[in-house]
Design a binder for this molecule. Sequence first.
Ligand SMILES: Nc1ncnc2c1ncn2[C@@H]1O[C@H](COP(=O)(O)OP(=O)(O)OP(=O)(O)O)[C@@H](O)[C@H]1O
Ligand SMILES: [Mg+2]
Length: 438
Amino acid sequence: MPDAPSSRGWTSPSASEPQELAGVPSEERGRISLRYREMDRVLGGGLVPGSVALFAGEPGVGKSTLLLQAADFVAAKGVKVLYVSGEESEQQIKLRSNRLGLSGRGIYLLAETDVDQIIHQLEERLPGLVVIDSIQTLSTAEASSGPGSVTQVRECALRLMRWAKARGTPVLLAGHVTKDGTLAGPRVLEHMVDVVLYLEGENLGAHRLLRSVKNRFGSTNEVAMFRMGDGGLEEVSDPSKALLEERGQGAVGSAVVSVLEGSRPLLVEIQALTSPSALPVPRRTANGVDYNRMIMITAVLARRARLSLANQDIIVNVAGGLRVSEPGADLGMALAIASSFRNQPIKPGLVAIGEVGLSGELRSAPQTDRRLAEAARLGFSSCVLPAWARGKIPATTGLELVYAPTLGEAMRLSLERRSGKGGVAEESELANLEKLEE
Ligand SMILES: Nc1ncnc2c1ncn2[C@@H]1O[C@H](COP(=O)(O)OP(=O)(O)OP(=O)(O)O)[C@@H](O)[C@H]1O
Ligand SMILES: [Mg+2]
C-alpha cells in the first residue's frame, strides 16, 4: 500500500516498479520564474518543477532576503508558497517582509524544525513552492544526532527531496556555509540536490554574486550579480559596467580582461603592484586569481620577458572582489604585473584576452568573439590578442585588434612608453627585450 503511513510518517505515492523510459509521459511543465531574470538565467531558464535547489552562503549574505523576495513574486502569481523557517519567528519574517515592501499574500509561514511535521504540513496544504530556511536547522526524531550534523542534514534533505519528486513541487533550501567556503556539515548535500547555487558577498561591498556550481537542468558556472540595498536585493543587469565603474583611467598596474563566467562574458579589472622586497623570500599575494597561475605568469615574465621580478613583492588583485579562474585572463594579469614593474600604464581603452604558455607564447581563449563584443559594448577601443586568433574573428567587432605572438610582443604593443623615469625598468632592459625577440 503506497499511501499507508510508514514509520517515517509519509511514503511516496509513486509506484516503485520499473518503467520503460519510452513509456514515461514527457509531461513538460513550464519552468517557474523566480522574479529575477538574472537568477532565472543562472537556474537555466527558471526553476524546474519537482527540483530541489540549494542556496548556500555565509551568514548574513542575504539568503533569506533573496528567498523571501522570490517567494513573494511566485505567490503574487497565485501559487501557494509555504515558507518554513527554523531560524526566525513569524514576526521577524514579517519585519523583513515590511522592509522589503512585500505584500505577503499567498505566503504561508511555518516556524518548525521537525522535518516530519513539515512533510505532514506539506501533504495537508500541497503548496506550489516550498522554501526551507535553513536545511541545517531541521532535524528528525529518528536520527539521534543533533541538528546540523551530517546524518541529520542528509536525512532531512532526503525526505524533502522524496516529497518534491513525488509531488512535482520545487523546494528551495537555504544552506549555511562555513568561513572556508564549504557547506557547513555535509558536502553530501551537494550530491543529492538538483541545483547548487552559492550566494557570495565577501569583499564585494553591496554587490552579491549568485553562482551555479551544480545544475542538473542547465549549465554551471553561470553568474548573476545583485546589489543589496534598503529594498533588498536588486539585480545588476550590467555587471561589467558595475565592475569597472570605479576604475581610474591610465593607472599603472591595471589591466582590463574579458573573461567568460559560464556563458556570459564579463569585463574585469586586474590590478598588480610590485615593490622591492625587504624579505629574503619575496612575497606573492593573489586575491581573486589562482595563486599557482600567478606564480607561473611571474616565472614566465622573468624568464621569457626578462623582467627582474626575483626580488620583488608582487600583489595581484581582482577589483570588485570577483574571482577569475580562467586562463583567458593570463595575458591581462601578465600585463598588469609588467605595467606596475615598469611604471608604464597600459594604453587607454585596451582590453587583453589570451592564455600565456610556459615558453611565453600566447594562445587563444574560447569564444573570443563574444568577449570582444562585450568590450566593444563598454566602449573599449582596442584589444591585444594572440597571433593565433588572426583571421578567426569576424571583422565586425568595432575594436582595433592587435595581434601578438608572444608575451614580450604583447607588452611592447600594450604598455605606454613614458619619457619620464620612475619605473624599475631601464631603457637598456627594453633594448634587451627587443634584441631577445628578434
Ligand atoms: N535595514 C536594512 N537596510 C538595508 N539592508 C539591510 C537591513 N537589514 C538587513 N539588511 C541586509 O540584509 C542582510 C541580511 O540578510 P539575510 O538575513 O537575508 O541574510 P542570511 O544570509 O539569511 O543570513 P543568516 O545566515 O543569518 O540567515 C544584512 O547583511 C544586510 O546587508
Ligand atoms: Mg537567513
